[in-house]
Design a protein around this ligand. Structure first.
Ligand SMILES: Nc1ncnc2c1ncn2[C@@H]1O[C@H](COP(=O)(O)OP(=O)(O)OP(=O)(O)O)[C@@H](O)[C@H]1O
Length: 252
């Protein structure tokens, strides 16, 4: 369970995220919606540690992560998509995924010079990397260098690297932004697949209401940094606060 308690950040006099308390359970995809400037990305930054909170806490399975740097939060199980700086453009797709898989393994391949273990670990790593490449439909591209991939495939690879880290929480901030009509469905399909794993918690900041309607099990709404609605998608979308504040529908 991921939990934020009274999570708050102030920029000068402006409270961008204001005492947001919320719990996110495994097996649930929660969409975070709200008008421009409502604090959605800032809330993500506070959870992933890119930004330090003025007050409040972030905890995963009861462990307080508030004092940790982003990399330590990733190791603790918080995976944020499209924030990775570790794509190696001149290595192949397979090499990139293998390195990510390797980075998550504790121990065995670092056991010193045991040729049998090196060979068998190598086989395990390759098998795991293979499975991920099949999952994200990049197997046909495995020997291409990252630099030669079209933009949409690079985004897919970023999701693949995140999957290799096996986080408990997947955070997507407008995952299809800047994608063309052919690329966007591929990323959405990956998120759909992730949803099938009921042990994962998924958070999605998304402006496109058709995407939210289709993917979300729950919607929370931020307005002026405050959590103003939380519930079933149909109910939240129909609520006056969303109709007015988010969809810009005038009061009847
Ligand atoms: N580092 C910062 N310094 C000062 N103000 C900031 C900083 N980051 C965000 N803000 C302000 O905090 C508020 C929330 O911004 P944020 O980007 O989180 O909104 P958002 O809901 O993600 O918006 P959008 O939907 O447009 O992406 C805005 O008023 C923004 O200008």
């Amino acid at each position: 369970m991921l939990e934020t308690r009274d999570l708050t950040v102030r920029f000068g006099g402006h409270v961008a995220v204001n005492a947001v308390s919320c719990r996110f359970a495994p097996g649930t995809l929660t969409a975070i919606v709200g008008p421009n400037g409502a604090g959605k990305t800032t809330y993500f930054n506070l959870i992933s540690g890119q930004l330090k909170a003025t007050a409040g806490t972030v905890a995963l399975n009861g462990r307080d992560l508030s004092g940790l740097a982003p990399s330590a939060r990733t190791r603790a199980g918080l995976g944020r998509a499209f924030q990775l700086t570790n794509l190696f453009p001149h290595l192949t797709v397979l090499e990139n995924v293998r390195l990510a898989v390797q980075a998550t393994q504790e121990g065995p391949h670092r056991r010193g010079l045991n040729l049998w273990s090196i060979w068998s670990d190598h086989r395990d790593l390759t098998a795991r990397a293979d499975a991920i490449l099949i999952e994200v439909a990049l197997k046909a591209r495995e020997h291409d260098t990252v630099a030669s991939l079209p933009h949409g495939d690079q985004r897919k690879l970023e999701v693949a690297l995140l999957m290799a880290l096996e986080p408990q929480v997947f955070m997507f901030d407008e995952p299809t932004a800047g994608m063309n009509a052919a690329e966007a469905p591929v990323i959405l399909d990956l998120i759909r697949k992730l949803k099938r794993d009921r042990s994962k918690t998924i958070l999605l900041v998304e402006h496109k209401m058709d995407v939210v309607r289709e993917l979300a099990d729950r919607i929370i709404v931020l307005v002026n940094g405050q959590l103003v609605a939380d519930g079933e998608p149909a109910e939240v979308i129909a609520s006056p606060i969303v109709q007015e504040a988010y969809l810009g529908v005038a009061k009847a």
